[in-house]
Ligand binder design. Structure first.
Ligand code: C2E
Ligand code: MG
Ligand code: MG
Length: 745
């Protein structure tokens, strides 16, 4: 009976093509004999002689009776008398032949004419015994036929098994998610599995006999030779080689990673089987091709995010620095000139304050488009702050060329921009520094362009100027702010806000991120973006960090005293803090002073800052982690592209950057990156927190992708301590007015 190996026989088989692949033809042949003779005594004597062999026996006295039995049972052997009351034994033999019954036949008859014997043989008899027979010759004849039957049965079983295993292997190969191929010694396809249809749009038939280069993307043909001509076997064979192939129809480039078999996937040489390796003859290459297009896309997208501003799509500061470095090297070699322009939109803050951030973002995008129309392809425009841009003009003939561009930009600002029926006119302050006239290092060029811009800002804005040595004494507004930040620390103008982190499975608040605010006496509430980058340029960030640590621990204690227990508090930390020898001690002392347990504190640090001094980061963070303090990587995905550091550091949490989350929607490309990060975190056994979740659509996509903890305006904006207490108490008593009713803490 045929059986499906993968499914219960009462259900439809999952893979019908596999139904016949594993046939159970049973073990040894079970033998049964049919004795046909009209004389009861003759039948009985035959049975008596054969009984010691131990086989099942059935008797029939006529043609009709014999046929009835043949219909009911599968006999191995029939002993047939020719003279029967209702016909001849030949009739039975013909019946057996016509119905393709496998029963073997021995004729036992008193009739011994030559004609009858030949007719019997023609009708399928295997042997002919004349009555009266000698018992020994009967037994010999029967045994010989039974041996043949057994041999045939074994042969049949092997055939069935071979057929089954070939179907099974073909099924496995054809349903592999990877393309499996074999090339002959000339590099032509001699085998390819069905995956080629969906991957490259060819049928197997189309490709057999074709050279491998017909599917390789033209730029990669040279590289492909190394894999597709692989002659090595075992560990030395090619593994993980990346190539691009071409789809037959849309010519879309697909990235593939060709790897070898031997459990890991590879490309390897195939040789004829010989006793010695020297005699073996190379017959081709075997390999597996895995489609990694999606992975490549995610990587490219991640790379793009690391070097671009997500609002305008312009290069960010890091990419600008790279481009400037290259342009400087080129200018040095060719004894050329270049210019760096620092642009600032005058009073942009007023647009944000009066029209809101959405309007601000929209206007920034439109300004970007306008600025680009004034530039050449080789120029680099980067967004480096809220309303600040850097522009690199790499190939200027004379320093005055930069002024022409600055004039064009200022002129473009005077063309009114319509926003919700309001006409906006924008002005720019632009500082210019050139190589080699003003400076020869990239940092100086940027700094001097900034100082020239400050000069314009302090002298009426809406203009441009070149850097002059006298500007060196100018104080960029940053410096002004720095002085007042010092005061703020002393005058208690700083405040910690907290943003809850929600566990989507347990539906409760599990953590709080401490976010600093500055209640500026004149400017109002300032967000960290307006002063942290500045504080980071000096040791002020350490004083500020110390204050945050102390306040967060104190607030943690207060929460516990109010019965709001078990919440982890995350504090943002800068690399400069980690650089201080006393940092570890400061953290441990602050925790102890306020009687918190060590696992209540989480240190957040961005990828970028870790990379400033990896070894130091490893040392300090490992020491803290050993004490039970958890470490989170903040803004994950926007920083360093090599991920190997994740295994070196004692990290417990990855915080997926907001820019990836804001791109999350059913129709947007953001999902693969987030999924890739979640998969990676899962593999490394790290927690993941999604930052900046603003909509329930984003939350649902994240939940489906397996993200457990989220943080964002969708649940709660950062709150002052007073507001937070109220929020947490409501959450605790289950009266939060929210689509996802949070459970108690
Ligand atoms: P971060 O650590 O990545 O903090 C998350 C930022 O995203 C916070 O901005 C938060 O208010 C904002 N955010 C949270 N949910 C949403 C949302 O749904 N939509 C949007 N649009 N934004 C959301 P914030 O408070 O302005 O802080 C900005 C950054 O300043 C922080 O980014 C952190 O890097 C830094 N920072 C804040 N406090 C401190 C501090 O005490 N020390 C240090 N060194 N840096 C801090
Ligand atoms: Mg953070
Ligand atoms: Mg962050």
């Amino acid at each position: 009976m045929n059986q499906c190996p993968v499914h219960n026989s009462t259900q439809a088989p999952l893979f019908p093509e596999l139904q016949d692949s594993v046939t159970h033809t049973g073990g040894e042949l079970s033998i049964s004999l049919l004795v046909i003779d009209d004389e009861p005594r003759a039948r009985q004597s035959l049975c008596d002689l054969l009984r010691p062999m131990g086989h099942r026996m059935t008797q029939a006295g006529s043609v009709a009776e014999a046929i009835k039995w043949l219909q009911l049972d599968n006999f191995t052997l029939a002993l047939v008398d020719l003279n029967l009351p209702d016909g001849s034994g030949q009739d039975i033999m013909r019946y057996i032949q016509d119905h393709e019954i496998l029963t073997r036949l021995i004729v036992i008859s008193g009739e011994t004419t030559f004609d009858q014997a030949t007719e019997a043989l023609r009708n399928g008899a295997c042997d002919f015994l004349r009555k009266p027979y000698h018992p020994r010759s009967l037994l010999e004849t029967v045994n010989k036929e039974l041996d043949r039957a057994r041999t045939h049965h074994r042969y049949q079983r092997i055939q069935d098994e071979l057929k089954g295993s070939e179907t099974l292997h073909r099924f496995i190969v054809n349903n592999s998610p990877d393309m499996i191929y074999m090339l002959d010694d000339q590099g032509r396809f001699s085998f390819i599995n069905q995956r080629v249809r969906s991957l490259l749009g060819y049928s197997e038939k189309n490709l057999i006999g074709q050279h491998y280069s017909s599917v390789v993307f033209s730029d990669d043909v040279e590289k492909a030779q190394f894999v597709f001509n692989e002659r090595r076997t075992g560990d030395r064979a090619s593994k993980g080689i990346e190539l691009r192939l071409q789809n037959r129809h849309n010519k879309e480039i697909r990235f593939v990673e060709a790897r070898a078999i031997s459990v890991e996937l590879t490309a390897m040489g195939v040789y004829t089987a010989h006793n010695s390796a020297q005699d073996a003859e190379f017959i081709g290459t075997y390999g597996v091709i895995r489609d990694i297009t999606e992975r490549k896309r995610s990587e490219a997208l991640m790379h793009y995010h690391q070097y671009h501003d997500h609002l305008t799509g312009l290069p960010n500061r890091a990419l600008f620095h790279d481009r400037l470095k290259m342009a400087l090297a080129q200018a040095r070699r060719s004894k050329g000139q270049l210019a760096v322009l620092y642009l600032d939109i005058d009073r942009f803050r007023m647009i944000n304050d009066n029209l809101g951030h959405l309007a601000g973002d929209n206007i920034l995008q439109r300004i970007t488009q306008r600025l680009k129309t004034n530039l050449r392809e080789e120029d680099t425009l980067a967004r480096v702050g809220g309303d600040e841009f850097l522009l690199l003009l790499p190939n200027i003939v004379k320093a005055e060329d930069a002024a022409l561009i600055a004039q064009k930009i200022i002129a473009s600002g005077s063309v009114p921009m319509l926003y919700q029926e309001q006409e906006l006119r924008l002005t720019f302050s632009i500082g210019i520094a050139t190589y080699p006239d003003h400076a020869s290092s990239k940092d100086d060029l940027i700094r001097y362009a900034d100082l020239a811009k400050c000069h314009i800002k302090q002298n009426g804005r809406n203009s441009y100027d070149y850097y002059q040595t006298r500007f060196k004494h100018l104080q960029p507004p940053a410096l002004e702010l720095e002085n007042s930040l010092h005061r703020a620390l002393k005058n208690n103008e700083l405040e910690l806000y907290y943003q809850p982190q929600i566990d989507l499975i347990e539906q409760r608040v599990v953590g709080l991120e401490a976010l600093i605010r500055w209640n500026h006496p004149e400017k109002g509430l300032l967000s960290p973006g307006e002063f942290i980058p500045l504080a980071e340029q000096s040791s002020l960030i350490c004083d500020l960090g110390e204050w945050v640590l102390e306040r967060a621990c104190e607030d943690g204690r207060n929460l516990e005293e109010c019965g709001l227990t078990g919440l982890k508090i995350a504090i943002n930390t800068s690399m400069q803090q980690l650089d201080r020898l006393c940092f570890q001690q400061q953290v441990l002392e602050a925790i102890a002073r306020h009687g918190l347990s060590l696992n209540r504190l989480e240190i957040e640090i961005t990828e970028n800052s870790i990379m400033q001094d990896m070894q130091r980061a490893v040392d300090v963070l490992t020491a803290l982690a050993k004490k039970g303090i958890s470490i989170a990587i903040d803004d994950f995905g926007t920083g360093y592209s090599s991920l190997s550091y994740l295994q070196t550091l004692p990290i417990s949490t990855l915080k997926i950057d907001r820019s990836f989350i804001s791109n999350l929607s059913e129709f947007h490309s953001g999902t693969p990156i987030v999924t890739a990060i979640l998969n990676m975190a899962d593999a490394l056994k790290l927690n993941c927190v999604a930052e900046g979740v603003e909509t329930s659509e984003q939350k649902n996509i994240l939940r489906q992708a397996g993200c457990r903890i989220i943080q964002g305006y969708h649940y709660c904006k950062p709150q002052s301590m007073v507001q937070l207490m109220r929020y947490l108490k409501q959450a605790k008593s289950g009266i939060l007015n929210h689509e996802d009713q949070l459970r108690s803490l």
